[in-house]
Write a protein of this length. Structure first.
Length: 303
């Protein structure tokens, strides 16, 4: 019989398990070209909350019979979770480059281009992307579902998703965006990858259309909530707790939920989105308990 595990213990097991899987899925540091492989490992291992990986697992388990995945589904979830973490890590490396956000601190350590050099940081990001798709291609699931997974991740990372959102963000510095422009930018830049994480879990688990609908509505709410909270933390948390430079948005004159709505309204919006996430997964019942707890974690987090 399955025993109930507290959410904190489950999340920590996700973080530790993901670290171990990512370590195994990535080329060894001494494999040629060693400097590039070392840099890729520096970007991915030893940090990060692994929220996207946890969303993949929680969504997958929510759609499995009695919340229990077969060994093949579990192996596919490992690859899907690692794939989203690789794309996420690449995006952080490129975002930190001098031509973009020009940051020197990430996950409490020097950014990749500072620790290595800019060309290596570009290449490490470039190499992490195809590795993510290689992992998806290697999932032990029906080929049609594997193709859907590739399409979902490609769209989320591309110009209709994260890369497009980043382009809008770069073009918006110093401009006042209205509420809907701000939402579009953030749903593309940040929300798309979080939504893809939830969708991938459902695809891997062979979710029904009712389950997929519930997951999509949940993902939209947590995708936006994540960014609203990120904007709040930028003004309320310090650099040491964040592991990245606090106050960057205001210093860079970036449009954020706090600058658009004020701190109190931004906090109220985060709570509303948390409620919406809970409501969306009600049809999934008890199997969605970790998804519900992840919505709370995303809204209540301090880093
Ligand atoms: C370069 C194509 C390209 C895209 C960059 C992700 C991104 C787009 C920029 C990162 C800048 C940023 C701070 C965005 C806000 C939300 C966000 C993605 C925060 C970082 O994610 P966390 O908090 O990071 O999950 P960890 O380190 O915990 O994995």
């Amino acid at each position: 019989m399955k025993t109930a595990v507290s959410f904190d213990a489950w999340l920590q097991a996700c973080v530790d398990g993901m670290e171990h899987k990512l370590d195994a899925f990535m080329p060894a540091a001494d494999e040629t070209p060693a400097r590039l492989h070392e840099a890729m490992r520096y970007a991915v291992l030893g940090g990060g909350k692994r929220v996207r990986a946890a969303l993949v697992y929680a969504a997958g388990h929510a759609c499995c019979n009695a919340g229990t995945a077969s060994p093949a589904t579990e192996a596919a979830l490992d690859r899907a979770a690692a794939a989203v973490e690789l794309i996420h890590a690449y995006s952080l490396v490129h975002d930190d480059l001098p031509c973009m956000d020009d940051d020197t601190l990430r996950r409490g350590r020097p950014t990749l281009h500072v620790r290595y050099d800019e060309a290596t940081a570009m290449l490490a990001g470039d190499a992490l992307q195809p590795l993510a798709f290689e992992l998806l291609a290697d999932m032990p699931i029906a080929p049609a579902l594997g193709l859907q997974a590739v399409q979902v991740l490609a769209r989320a990372a591309g110009s209709a998703g994260m890369a497009g959102g980043q382009a809008i963000d770069l073009a918006s510095v110093g401009r006042v965006l209205d509420g809907s422009e701000l939402q579009t930018m953030h749903m593309m830049k940040t929300g798309a990858m979080l939504m893809a994480s939830v969708a991938l879990g459902g695809i891997v688990a062979g979710a029904s259309s009712m389950q997929r609908q519930a997951l999509d509505a949940y993902a939209e709410a947590v995708g936006l909530a994540f960014q609203v909270v990120d904007d709040i933390l930028d003004v309320t948390a310090d650099t040491a707790s964040l592991g990245k430079t606090a106050g960057k948005d205001a210093a860079g004159n970036k449009p954020t939920y706090v600058s658009a709505l004020g701190l109190d309204e931004a906090q109220a919006l985060a709570q509303e989105l948390r409620d919406a996430a809970h409501e969306a997964i009600a049809p999934l019942g008890a199997a969605a308990a970790h998804l519900a707890a992840l919505a709370d974690y995303i809204v209540l987090r301090k880093r």
